[in-house]
Design a protein around this ligand. Structure first.
Ligand code: FNR
Length: 347
């Protein structure tokens, strides 16, 4: 298997249809889901030549974490539905690749065990933890403390989910919950019982200010699409943004992330880093996002396809292919580093 499309086909053969649909699907008519990938297809590269860039270096640093390439792993729920080794396998592959895994609050493995798996592979792995702020702030605080103790290097607060997206495939399949042998392990409270993740439309910038006070970890907001929100985030002292529409799983017909990116980059003006996710499937997609203002990209489903197809090896392969493609595309565009990619290379 060489391409992410091939990994998806292999994953689809292995997964139960309802689980494949849970991973693959989006909200409503899945217009945004399709638009994310289509936005990359609508743009062309205009390469430069004779630039003498013989040595390429893909490394970047985002919010204090070093990445061996400008590709990180976006948070996705329920890895043990994709493969019995679940988040541990993902963490090992990502740590070995030297990039960041953003662990989902809805992981099916405890953050402490994910961190141990990553540390068995790399001396100083970079794990970030994704948080849905819970209306019970005391409980939210206890989850943050747990993530801090496990050694995570940043928190990613997902803000695009005041209510849960309407995923028609899941309704049709009757898929609403994990099988009884699996649980969202990071939602255990003091008594050991597992809480449901609550989505809340009551959340506001005040809650973010509370979080800013409660932790010294870098904070990134995930799910920003409107430039005014990007400005408010900078004013709130946030350390980075993830330009994301949740892979088309929340608001259907929301703007594709690549289309939203240039205005967000202008609004933020380089003060804090931007990570774009949604529809990144090829090295050329990474180059287009970086050229239009992202500092890195995130991948969600490609990692799940690698995991479902071949466990840790599959995730490792997906990351290796993207790295190879990105390096190759940089060479063909006459660029030596991610930082050299500029908007004039994209039409
Ligand atoms: C997600 N995503 C997500 N985001 C988040 O903040 N917390 C979560 O628990 C999840 N869970 C989740 C599950 C599944 C199955 C998918 C596909 C996605 C969204 C994810 O972080 C990311 O924004 C998208 O997946 C990016 O789009 P691509 O790369 O999947 O096209």
């Amino acid at each position: 298997m060489r391409t992410i499309a091939e990994f998806e086909a292999a994953a689809r053969e292995r997964l139960e249809p309802a689980h494949y649909d849970f991973f693959a699907g989006g909200a409503g008519d899945e217009r945004t889901l399709r638009a994310n990938e289509a936005a990359f297809g609508r743009r062309s590269l205009v390469p430069r030549v004779l630039r003498g860039n013989g040595k390429r270096d893909l490394a970047v640093e985002i919010a204090g974490s070093p990445l061996s390439m400008p590709v990180l792993v976006s948070p996705t729920a329920f890895h043990r539905l994709a493969h019995p080794d679940g988040e541990r396998a993902t963490a090992e592959a990502v740590a070995a690749a030297g990039t960041v895994m953003v662990v989902s609050m809805a992981a099916t493995t405890a953050i402490e065990d994910i961190a141990a798996a990553a540390r068995a592979v790399a001396a100083d792995p970079s794990l970030w933890f994704q948080l849905y702020l819970q209306p019970d702030l005391e409980f939210t605080g206890s989850v943050v403390r747990r993530a801090e103790r496990a050694g995570v290097r940043a928190l990613v607060v997902t803000v695009d989910s005041p209510v849960f997206g309407q995923r028609e495939r899941d309704h049709r399949n009757g898929f609403h919950d994990l099988p009884p042998e699996l649980a969202v392990e990071n939602m255990r409270d003091g008594s050991g019982s597992v809480r449901d993740i609550e989505m809340s439309a009551e959340l506001s910038w005040d809650h973010l200010a509370w979080l800013r006070e409660t932790t010294s970890l870098p904070l990134l907001l995930k799910g920003i699409l409107h430039p005014e929100d990007a400005r408010l985030a900078v004013a709130a002292g946030v350390d980075g943004l993830v330009v994301s529409n949740h892979g088309g799983r929340q608001l259907d017909t929301a703007v594709s992330t690549l289309d939203a990116l240039p205005e967000l980059a202008a609004a933020v003006g380089g003060v804090i880093p931007l990570v774009l996710d949604g529809g990144v499937r090829r090295g050329t997609d990474v180059v287009k996002a970086l050229a239009l203002g992202a500092n890195a990209v995130g991948i969600g489903r490609p990692v799940l396809w690698g995991l479902a197809a071949a466990g840790r090896e599959g995730v490792a392969e997906v990351l290796a292919r993207l790295r190879e493609e990105l390096d190759h595309t940089l060479a063909l565009c006459g660029a030596g580093t991610p930082g050299e990619l500029t908007a004039d290379l994209v039409r």
